[in-house]
Design a protein around this ligand. Structure first.
Ligand SMILES: Cc1cc2nc3c(=O)[nH]c(=O)nc-3n(C[C@H](O)[C@H](O)[C@H](O)COP(=O)(O)OP(=O)(O)OC[C@H]3O[C@@H](n4cnc5c(N)ncnc54)[C@H](O)[C@@H]3O)c2cc1C
Length: 397
């Protein structure tokens, strides 16, 4: 019999902070049960000596999301911190798009990341720009990996991080477990992809035999009972690599409305309250937003079925979700659970979407769309000098 592991099956967080799947759990046990661990006392660094002098290290590969780290990345770092031995450092290697070019110089934006609180002993920033190919980035990461010789490397199993991890695994080569949903008792359990004839034992492997773990969500809890050292280091910028047989035509901005909703960073979503669809689409284009819709707006023929968001539509994880005239029925909210910032426009302050949103504008949606579009058009028409007024830094304010 093939036993499949459902990453959403009942699980608890062990006192060590790592996720343990509860086999044979009852319905009542569904959801993460957090073990009662008291962190009332002041936290101390886990590592007692500078990271340079540590006996070894665990390496985490993560990409920042506009200068910050999302929950998935934080969980991968926390897992490394929990797995590290007392004399091993947790080193996080992060491609850094806005990095200054001078190696060794502190980056003011990276300073906003509280590395110590995340459990990071040393944050290594790798300056990158858009022209750097994935191959050149993988070269640079592989070179750093060889210098550091980590006992174990971890990365979130998604997008750029999963890609970088897999490239590293192939280059070295590394023994890699992808889709890891649990680390317990010296073994890792991976999301079973359900291949025909695979035995249940195929879904777990000994941690000792692995070099690289690509982690699913919620493998570790991010509240740690200790801190990292929080050291920072800017690495030299990687050299670009010429790729034989390929010509780099540069970066071409895509149209936000053609991006798959699941991958969209910013979504403008319409509900039954949106009656002027033409105006709505103009606004989406001006904002550079992908277009989503509620089921009522789709059933009504105003939007395509592929644009429906919710339990019977797409599940999205945009950084920004602007809900225009959407009530926020439970089926719709299911589809936006993973969205980071939700804003709403609604005339009804008691709508469930208002509870979900961080900010709601209580206004007629058509009127607001007209105003917003006019503002954007005015901004665009303004001479560049007016819009390039420097924004005072928080420090200076
Ligand atoms: C099995 C099942 C599966 C479902 N799956 C989905 C799904 O995947 N996705 C989904 O979205 N729904 C789904 N639904 C439907 C869901 O229950 C709701 O009916 C639907 O989400 C409501 O859409 P709405 O909020 O756009 O419309 P409404 O419920 O009509 O709400 C419109 C909202 O807009 C506001 N409004 C109206 N006019 C204006 C205005 N001029 N200015 C500002 N605000 C205004 C109103 O105050 C209201 O809050 C499903 C239902 C079932 C039973």
């Amino acid at each position: 019999m093939i036993r499949r592991v459902d990453p959403r099956r009942p699980a608890l967080i062990t006192p060590q902070g790592l996720r343990r799947i509860v086999l044979g759990g009852t319905e009542g046990e569904r959801g993460l049960r957090l073990a009662a661990v008291s962190h009332a006392t002041a936290k101390r660094p886990r590592l007692a000596l500078p990271s340079e002098r540590a006996a070894g290290c665990l390496l985490v590969l993560v990409h920042p999301d506009s200068g910050s780290l999302d929950e998935h990345a934080r969980e991968a770092i926390a897992a490394a911190a929990l797995l590290a031995r007392p004399d091993e450092a947790v080193v996080v290697l992060m491609p850094w798009p806005q990095a200054p070019v001078t190696p060794g110089a502190p980056d003011p934006q990276a300073g906003a990341l509280d590395a110590a609180a995340l459990g990071i002993d040393r944050l290594e920033l790798l300056p990158v720009n858009e022209a750097l190919s994935p191959e050149a980035l993988a070269d640079a990461v592989a070179a750093r990996w060889q210098t550091l010789a980590p006992r174990l490397t971890l990365a979130p199993d998604r997008g750029d991080d999963g890609d970088l991890g897999r490239r590293l695994a192939v280059r070295q080569p590394l023994a890699c477990a992808a889709g890891v949903v649990e680390i317990a008792d010296g073994r890792v359990r991976v999301r079973d992809l359900g291949g025909v004839g695979r035995a249940a034992a195929d879904a777990t492997a000994a941690l000792d035999g692995l070099d690289l773990l690509l982690l699913e969500r919620q493998v570790a809890r991010t509240e740690l009972p200790f801190t990292g050292l929080g050291e920072r280091q800017m690495l030299p910028a990687p050299a670009p690599r010429a790729l034989p047989g390929r010509v780099d035509l540069g970066v071409v901005a895509g149209q936000a409305q053609q991006v798959a909703l699941e991958e969209a960073d910013f979504i403008l979503a319409a509900g039954n309250g949106v009656t002027d669809v033409k105006l709505f689409l103009e606004l989406a284009e001006a904002l550079g937003a992908a277009v989503g819709a509620s089921r009522v707006a789709v059933d009504d023929g105003r939007f395509a079925r592929s644009q429906q968001i919710g339990a019977t539509g797409r599940t999205v994880q945009a950084r920004g979700y602007l809900a225009m005239g959407i009530s926020g029925a439970v089926q719709h909210l299911q589809g936006i659970r993973e969205c980071r910032h939700v804003l709403a426009v609604n005339t009804d302050v008691s709508a469930p979407m208002v509870q979900r949103a961080e900010l709601t504008v209580v206004e007629d949606v058509q009127a607001l769309m007209r105003e917003l579009l006019a503002l954007l058009q005015a901004e665009r028409a303004a001479p560049p000098a007016a819009s390039s007024t420097p924004i005072p830094s928080l420090k200076a304010a």
